[in-house]
Ligand binder design. Sequence first.
Ligand code: PMT
Length: 407
Amino acid sequence: MSWLAEKNLVLGVTGGVAAYKAADLARQLVKAGARVSVVLSEAGARFVSAATFQALSGNPVWTDLWDDRMSNSMAHIDLSRGADAILIAPATADVMAKLAQGLAPDLLTTLCLARDCPLLVAPAMNRQMWEHPATLRNAAQLKADGVVILGPDHGEQACGEIGLGRMLEPEALLELLETYFAPKVLAGTRIVMTAGPTFEAIDPVRGITNSSSGKMGYALARACAQAGAQVNLVSGPVALASPLGVDRVSVQSALEMRAAVLERVAGADVFIGVAAVADYRPATQAEHKIKKSGEALALTLVPNPDILAEVAALPDGPFCVGFAAESQNLDEYAARKRAAKGLPMIVGNLVQDGLGGDENQVVIYDDLGRHPLPRGPKDRVASQIVSHLARLMNALTSPVTPCTTST
Ligand code: PMT
């Protein structure tokens, strides 16, 4: 589920090269379910035409303060009424200066002055313009006025220089907007999580692993961070970027994962084990590549420690959430794992539903019973798991609040 679904957003586009990225941003916002009205400054229109934004947003584009398409000719007021937020991306040094001073020479700045919704700006400019005391002063003033500044990013700029001033990529802006709108049901919570597979080396080039992609764990880490939690993610080897705002440490083996978890778990409020930790590892790891021979080769495996069970048994340990990946008898096996490890909550999934792909279908088990969630993209499933977790934790801290169940 996207927190941008059904949101009314005004996207202000001012005159910077990054305006071309705003076209992609408009597309991604619409894809996430937002209704987007684009307000293009005169300089912005020199970089990307109104027709592009109209096609991508599916809505008329606004450029002129004196536009009489609104029934009462009050575009500067009507456009922001009913808006959930105005986002200016790219925001030039010039528009930031005008906003900081309350100047309103055109439609976009007038709209910002006459708004009754949050304003977010994504600066985009040459690094020296960004570092200029006037710009930094304006950015500080905007922050003090309650404007949310997203970025800027560091990197190569259109002029060829390298430094701070690039507009954040559309994907990053989208993620920040999602975070902005997500209900902060886990605010003040510190969560340690595991995700991905582990890799148990046999020799320097071979090992035992599994086909966990990390997608479920990373989606859950992102959803927890968006819900306001501080997230420490201990990740096995995956090809995924860290979710925004999540502190990630990468490990290979189950033993490394255990050590990284135990280092971080003291004082944590919640521990969530999404990782598909190898139950066994080779008893020894060959120092050099094992040479091929015509003979059969036997590998001796020894059990790995169970990280989740160990954390769940800690005195004054965190609220523990396990995952159970089964290929059959989900209810029975998941319930058995929950009982064996003493967990208040476990999320069960069939490997054929959840392993590797972009979607999952899970059932949550807790003291109140069995709560199936509908099949869906892993980020939507993750948001629903977060809501359930927040309700359970809330019920623990305020016993009068009943925990809503679905069956
Ligand atoms: O990564 P994806 O491709 O998105 O796939 C997601 C997933 C299927 C891997 C995920 O949804 C999932 O089910 N993760 C748990 C997989 C698993 O190893 O389940 P298990 O039933 O073997 O283990 C039960 C619980 O104990 C898990 O929380 C596991 O993290 C934990 N465990 C297991 C063994 C071990 N040595 N240490 C542990 O902490």
